[in-house]
Design a protein around this ligand. Structure first.
Ligand code: FEO
Ligand code: CA
Ligand code: CA
Ligand code: CA
Length: 641
């Protein structure tokens, strides 16, 4: 979604339809204002103070050291092999010289023969949408299955004003309209193939699949079968219908896909709008007031007054096997329940699986899971994400940090099942560090070093999180009312991802150095030529280049003047260098990144172009804007990673 940084008064005057998920949550569940003037004043650092405060990894030249290089030395030593591009606000794709792109798949493209092409006048029907590529693509991964390429893509949500743009005021008029938007959610598995350099959908492939909010899934791990998971539809509490609002993704060494359920709360409501939801559900923003999707009108399980446990069955990491298109997706409750962004899987030196995960809401936490079992190629993998330990991060101001284990004893919750259901409550109980909206986590393939995008947090230093935990300025969250975001990184002690200690610093602090000379100018590896806001997607390529995707304010004015449309940049962890690679069409975010197995094509997601009516990308003319997967290639046919 667009996380615009306008003030609340302005937001209150806007239609609910224009609010992002997190803005809506705040409107529904306002927390008390607890402005701490001392802390806000304390945060009024100069840019120089800020830089001093964040340089922790002395051996790394990312911040202070980077500026010491001359431009010539920088160019000569750069590992990023393209000429960076300017910011822009054009309704198209901008790339460096020597690169080209084409669209592989768009919202509404049929996956099977006989399914009608996308109809720009009607935006299709529930039936056509259920057999076509879903909307608002987010995390994605390309898998080599034999000699085939199968792309798994999250379809995070759908823009109501776009999919219902054929209806008065963009509101549904029939049950089929509501079922259509429901079918636009979930995920899409699709075989794609390349002919003469052009990638396209392989219709009728046995690997093509839609997973929707109605697809049966299996619950695994500590929460499976617990009373809080039992519903009228499934009194055993071991299965769950569907998955939706999957944001970022992960993949496992054994070749499966991880879809991560994020803002699941926004789909529940109650016929009785005075119904009071439980404090446990309220912590996740579940409300009796409909957010606009109206799922409960066509499917009673979304009525939280009648079926309160339905919402307990969402907020998980979901494992999907691209090789078994008929297998039920598995919800991995051992990885905790929160607004999952992505799931970065690392094989630790001793063979244990470590999964790093962010909870994307203002003032929520960063988590780590460590399996008890060991991964071996060709060995049993089903238990690796069922049986393990869950931790939450605490950052100290001195550059050290620790992982705090979440157990019944440490949290006061009654069982591991409850820890895996009320994970946020457990993390608050152990005193974890409230973060500036943790988005994607990415692990450096060349070093025991992990990065997390902290996208922005206008409440930093202003308001507690939804659990009432304070959000003091400091540590990895150094700026009050943080409108630009930053990327934190940490190194586990001894290079051991299962160690409970780590050292951290800030890799980049986004800002606008053309306008601001205080902390809002950002770190020294940000300049007028590469500035951006709201880092969100993060992924390393095989060369150890960290790609940064943005989901921020695209107004290109005031504090965001010069930032242009949302974009993708390449950065070098060793030097801190950052270069802009791609700028997307109007009102989109750039999210989702994967490569063909020969690395000659990079696939990039363009989500919600025209979310406010200002784009006709990719089809042009008067067409309906459509989320799409781009293929990006070098004109000389070389590798893109
Ligand atoms: Fe769906 Fe946190 O972005
Ligand atoms: Ca999004
Ligand atoms: Ca995101
Ligand atoms: Ca975001």
């Amino acid at each position: 979604m667009n996380d615009s940084n306008n003030n609340n008064d302005h937001k209150l005057n806007e239609s609910l339809d224009d609010l992002s998920f997190d803005e809506y949550d705040e409107l529904m569940n306002p927390t008390s204002e607890t402005t701490d003037f001392d802390r806000v004043v304390e945060a009024s650092l100069t840019r120089r103070d800020l830089l001093k405060s964040v340089v922790v990894f002395g051996s790394i030249a990312a911040l202070g050291g980077f500026n010491a290089l001359s431009n010539e030395a920088r160019a000569a030593s750069s590992r990023i092999g393209f000429s960076p591009i300017d910011a822009d606000t054009t309704d198209g794709i901008s790339l460096p010289a020597g690169y080209k792109s084409h669209v592989v798949a768009r919202w509404g493209d049929p996956l099977w023969s006989g399914v009608p092409e996308f109809d720009h006048a009607t935006r299709g029907t529930a039936l056509s949408q259920s057999k076509a590529f879903g909307d608002n693509i987010d995390g994605m991964e390309a898998f080599a299955v034999g000699d085939k390429t199968v792309l798994l893509v999250n379809n995070e949500y759908s823009n109501r004003k776009v999919i219902w743009g054929n209806r008065p005021e963009g509101k549904p008029t029939t049950d089929d309209d509501i079922n259509k938007i429901k079918m636009a959610h979930g995920l899409t598995a699709v075989e794609i193939s390349e002919t003469d350099g052009q990638w396209s959908i392989v219709k009728d492939s046995p690997y093509n699949r839609r997973v929707t909010p109605d697809t049966p899934t299996v619950l695994t791990g500590p929460a499976a079968g617990h009373d809080l998971m039992k519903t009228a539809a499934d009194p055993t509490g071991t299965t769950s219908l569907g998955t939706f609002n999957n944001c970022g993704n992960g993949s496992t060494p054994w070749g499966t896909y991880l879809a991560c359920e994020e803002n699941f709360n926004g789909y529940f409501s109650a016929e009785d709008e005075d119904h009071k939801v439980s404090p446990e559900l309220k912590r996740y923003g579940v409300s009796s007031k409909d957010r606009g999707y109206q799922f409960a009108k066509v499917d009673e399980r979304f009525d939280v007054a009648k079926h309160p446990n339905e919402a307990n069955r969402l907020g998980f990491v979901v494992e999907v096997d691209p090789r078994q298109p008929d297998a039920m997706p598995k919800k991995r409750t051992a990885l905790g329940r929160f607004k999952h962004e992505n799931a970065e899987v690392v094989v630790n030196g001793d063979g244990r699986i470590v999964v790093y995960m962010g909870d994307d809401e203002r003032g929520e936490f960063l988590y780590r899971y460590v399996s008890n079992g060991l991964y071996a190629v060709g060995g049993e993998t089903d238990s690796l994400m069922e049986d393990g330990r869950l931790y939450v991060a605490k950052f100290h101001d001195n550059g050290a940090g620790e992982w705090l284990e979440l157990t019944p004893e440490s949290t006061g919750l009654s069982s591991m099942a409850e820890v895996c259901i009320h994970t946020r409550i457990g993390a608050s109980a152990v005193g974890a560090t409230t973060m500036d909206r943790p988005e994607w986590v990415a692990s450096n393939p060349n070093a025991a070093e992990v990065y997390c995008a902290l996208t922005n947090n206008k409440n930093r230093g202003i308001k507690p999180n939804p659990g009432g935990d304070p959000t003091p300025v400091g540590g990895p969250n150094p700026r009050a009312e943080n409108q630009y975001g930053q990327i934190v990184r940490w190194r586990p002690n001894g290079g051991d991802h299962s160690s409970n200690g780590f050292a951290w610093d800030l890799f980049v602090i986004a800002g606008n150095p053309a306008l601001h000379s205080d902390a809002r100018g950002g770190s020294s590896n940000v300049d007028a030529g590469n500035m951006f806001n709201s880092p969100d997607g993060l992924k390393f390529d095989d060369n150890g280049i960290l790609w940064i995707q943005t989901d921020g304010n695209y107004s290109n004015e005031k504090d965001f003047a010069g930032h242009g449309n949302n974009q993708m940049l390449a950065s070098d962890p060793a030097t801190g260098e950052i270069k802009r690679f791609l700028v997307g069409p109007n009102e989109c975010e750039i999210t989702g990144l994967t490569w063909s197995s020969d690395k000659r094509t990079m696939f990039v997601g363009v989500q919600h172009p025209g979310e406010r009516g200002g784009s006709h990308w990719p089809d042009g003319g008067d067409s309906v804007p459509r989320s799409a997967v781009l293929a990006i290639q070098r004109e000389d046919g070389g590798k893109v990673a």
